[in-house]
Write a protein of this length. Structure first.
Length: 337
């Protein structure tokens, strides 16, 4: 049986079948609720393909899968080894697939929970996390950009807006020019949808002017918009070669999340000559965690930080702040002895 994750049929069968027959609009909303975000569906598809290939190789049934099959799959992933977060994502994909097809899921079985607990103890709960850069490191990367060129203008706006707005890369690539509202006090970014706002309710971020124009996220974003020469459509886009040598022209094609990640790595992890700096391993996620870390260090309240990040709990602030350096961030250095 195919292991490809497909969207729930128009007429749900086992799962939600009673609701589906109650009213057409109930069935429609049930369908949307089960589908989830498009990015999640795509991620699950890749994981399910891996699970399907594994089952085919070992002569196991992927759907419906029994607990022993899933436990064996999880154990083999751990032995490779795969990260704990990766293993849990694969299990979530298997659970979702069974749920959509109307089969009982083996993922939440008590026996499997014990296996996962053993894997957790072996691999450790601490996951590799995107590091946080300092404001000076960001400024240094901005100084290296050639802002007389189109690529430099775009990348400067991307880095500064991404950091000052605590944006996820998925949010950055989804931004349109019409989502930006420039005011005297700040740039207001109207988010149509985000990871924690799948319902698409109105959600705003405020990005403020900086004293130095070269590092001002508002002025630099405005300069990029002026370069685009339009008032609607994708904000961060790919470039194409112009007729003049060295000329680059903005297209209408959005940058991909992968491309945003590579741009951040290019500018923050390399020196002036383009050589990789071994101790630097920043990624697009570092834009967000750096905002949180810098804000915590500078004494900003969790309420203020969450107003920008749109995180729901203080626990997420603790999780995202990179204050693990026992020497740099330790109350023991200020005891007054």
């Amino acid at each position: 049986m195919s292991t490809e994750l497909t969207r729930i049929p128009d007429q749900p069968q086992a799962l939600g079948s009673q609701l589906a027959t109650a009213a057409d609009n109930v069935a429609r909303y049930l369908k949307l609720g089960l589908e989830g975000a498009d990015n999640t569906v795509l991620a699950y598809s890749a994981d399910l393909k891996s699970f399907g290939e594994y089952c085919a190789l070992h002569g196991l049934c992927p759907l419906p899968a029994d607990v022993a099959t899933v436990a064996r799959y999880a154990a083999d992933l751990a032995d490779i080894p795969r990260k704990l977060s990766t293993i849990k994502r694969h299990l979530a994909a298997i659970h979702k697939h069974h749920q959509l097809r109307g089969y009982p899921s083996p993922v939440h079985a008590d026996e499997l929970a014990l296996v996962i607990e053993g894997i957790t103890r072996t691999l450790g709960k601490r996951q590799k996390q995107a590091p946080a850069f300092t404001v000076e490191e960001l400024k240094e990367s901005i100084r290296r950009l050639d802002v007389t060129k189109t690529a430099g203008l775009r990348d400067r706006a991307l880095l500064l807006l991404g950091f000052a707005g605590a944006f996820r890369r998925s949010e950055l690539v989804a931004l349109n020019v019409e989502h930006l509202e420039f005011t005297e006090r700040a740039l207001i970014v109207h988010l149509p949808k985000s990871k924690t706002n799948q319902a698409g309710e109105a959600e705003d971020k405020a990005v403020f002017y900086a004293a130095t124009a070269a590092f001002c996220p508002v002025r630099c974003t405005r300069a990029w918009v002026q370069q685009l020469g339009r008032s609607t459509g994708p904000l961060f886009v790919s470039l194409k070669r112009g007729k003049v040598k060295g000329e680059a022209i903005p297209t209408q094609k959005r940058l991909s999340a992968l491309r945003v990640n590579r741009l951040v790595q290019l500018h923050l992890n390399h020196d002036e000559e383009g050589h990789k700096i071994p101790e630097k391993n920043y990624s697009a996620h570092s834009l967000r965690v750096s905002f949180i870390t810098v804000s915590v260090i500078r004494g900003q309240s969790n309420r203020f930080i969450k107003n920008q990040t749109k995180q729901k709990t203080d626990a997420m602030i603790d999780r995202y702040s990179r204050l693990d350096d026992v020497v740099s961030f330790n109350a023991a250095q200020n005891l007054g002895l």
